[in-house]
Structure formats: structure tokens, C-alpha cells
Ligand binder design. Structure first.
Ligand code: PAF
Length: 282
């Protein structure tokens, strides 16, 4: 496995691989890898000749009061995990190689990114689409794998690729959970032991929605009320949103008749966590 730290070298290797008709698979990450990331790497591994994992904590997707500086980082552990999981290349550029001082061009999706996490994190998805577009241009992958945990992110990137005719296939891999149900996230490391146990309200709320739906409940308002009530029973949990939306348009629905995304964001102390499920998807 090789670590690449300049845009120029990464472009050169990708262009060479493409001229040799090799398939390039890509897993973008911000590092501090956990089993969720590793599941993306493993799912990509068997489908490509060259597997590239990027590790880049992207400043432009963090708001001014968010955790860019404190975001967990452990490059040597990440490199070892990439090696064990058979990545061919790790692309780990420095900030200054990705963003010139006078960087002034962004890619912005303007519809799907308005609600859910976009409402609480203005500018977040603009930072995500901009960096992912740059990474696609540099790495030129045939396909890229994203986690369903960031459901809105996947929809937004899918839309960017469609609307800008970017020749890359977007694949989604299922949420990976801790044995007790908590969805894996690099931000879980921020939780104190008490917060960690309160954080279980997210997966329990998602399971409740699934249970109500499989018991025949189709009314979004009924499911949403039950979800809110459960979260509110946890003393340290503060709801950011509980939303039941069409899985494609991300517009709110009244009844679950087509694939429907049930998504939540909850603050446990100062840590904001998200979770989701898709209902009505046969
Ligand atoms: O999901 C993430 O880790 C990031 O948003 C991504 C896609 C790597 C872009 O920085």
C-alpha cells in the first residue's frame, strides 16, 4: 500500500491506471476510521483493480463554531487499517494542496441540502460537494462508496453527479452499528460514559419507527410523535430534528407509501449524532 500526499502524484497514478483500463474504486473519508469506514473499504475491494481511500479532514464542511480543530485524527492507525483491509493507495493531501489561499469556487446543491442536517449546518453540504467534486476530479474513480448513515449526504452527492454529468457511480453501504445498536461515527469518541449510554436513544428511536411501521402504522405524524416522545424521555438528549421524508426528494410525507427516509439528529451534551432508516422499501 502506498500513501500519496500530493494532488499531482495522485492525478498521475489515476491517469495511468485509467489508460491501462483498470477499474478505480474510491472510498472518501475524513480519517479516524471505524468499522463503518472499513465496511465501505471491504465492499469496494472486490469490485476494482485500484482501491483508493482518501483521508482528508475537510475544513470547508465545518461551520465556524464546529469541531474542525478537535475532530479526531490518528493517521498511523488509519494507514494500518487501510493496509490490513487491502487498500492500494491512501490519498492524504495537506490542506494547502487542496485549497489555495484565494480558493473561490464551490459546488453547491440547492434543493436536497436545504432541510435535515443542512438546516442546522448552513454551508455544510456546500463544503462536502465541493471537496467530493475535487476528489472525483483528482482520483477519477469509476465508483465511490458512501455510508447510508449520512443518508442526506449520499442523496446530495448523487444529485451533484447527475446534474454535473460527473462520470462516477455512487454506491451506498449499510449503516454499521456497535453491538448495542449505536451507529458507528468518529464523533462517538466525544461521548462520556454517561453520554454514551444516553446516545442509545438514537438507535432505539429508529428501531421504534421500524417496529411501528412493520406493525402496520403508515401515518408519519403518529410515528414521529412516538419517536419524539422516546427521545424526550432521555434526560441528556436534545432533538435537532426528527423527520420523515420521501427517500428521493427528501420532502416531508404524510403517509409511508414509497421508500421513506426516517432521519434523526440529536444532541447528547455537546455532541450531535445522526441516525436513520428507510421504511417502505420492498
Ligand atoms: O462523510 C465524510 O466523511 C465526509 O463528508 C466526506 C465525504 C469524506 C467529505 O469530506
Amino acid at each position: 500500500m502506498k500513501t500519496i500526499s500530493t494532488v499531482a502524484e495522485m492525478r498521475e497514478i489515476s491517469s495511468r491506471a485509467r489508460s491501462l483500463k483498470q477499474t478505480i474504486g474510491f472510498v472518501p473519508t475524513m480519517g479516524f476510521l471505524h468499522d463503518g469506514h472499513l465496511s465501505l473499504i471491504r465492499s469496494a475491494r472486490s469490485c476494482c483493480d485500484l482501491l483508493v481511500v482518501s483521508i482528508f479532514v475537510n475544513r470547508t464542511q465545518f461551520g465556524p463554531n464546529e469541531d474542525f480543530d478537535s475532530y479526531p485524527r490518528d493517521l498511523s492507525r488509519d494507514l494500518e487499517l487501510c493496509r490490513i483491509n487491502k487498500a492500494d493507495l491512501v490519498f492524504h493531501p495537506p490542506q494547502e494542496d487542496m485549497y489555495f489561499d484565494d480558493y473561490s469556487v464551490f459546488v453547491e446543491e440547492t434543493r436536497l441540502s436545504r432541510g435535515l442536517c443542512g438546516a442546522a449546518r448552513p454551508g455544510h453540504f456546500k463544503g462536502v460537494t465541493s471537496v467530493v467534486c475535487k476528489l472525483f476530479n483528482i482520483i477519477q474513480p469509476d465508483f465511490a462508496v458512501f455510508g447510508q448513515k449520512d443518508a442526506q449526504q449520499v442523496r446530495v452527492i448523487d444529485r451533484m453527479v447527475r446534474d454535473l454529468n460527473i462520470p462516477v457511480e455512487i454506491r451506498t453501504a449499510p449503516i454499521v452499528r456497535e453491538p448495542d445498536g449505536l451507529a458507528m461515527s468518529s464523533r462517538n469518541t466525544y461521548l462520556s460514559p454517561e453520554e454514551r449510554s444516553q446516545a442509545l436513544c438514537l438507535s432505539k428511536t429508529i428501531s421504534l419507527a421500524e417496529k411501528l411501521h412493520s406493525g402496520g402504522e403508515l401515518r408519519a405524524s403518529t410515528i414521529e410523535s412516538a419517536m419524539r416522545e422516546l427521545i424526550e424521555s432521555y434526560s441528556m438528549a436534545q432533538i435537532d430534528y426528527v423527520e420523515i421524508v420521501d427517500s428521493g426528494s427528501l420532502e416531508p410525507v404524510e403517509k409511508i407509501e414509497a421508500p421513506t427516509l426516517v432521519a434523526i439528529a440529536v444532541r447528547i451534551g455537546s455532541t450531535r449524532l445522526i441516525d436513520n432508516t428507510v421504511l417502505g422499501d420492498s
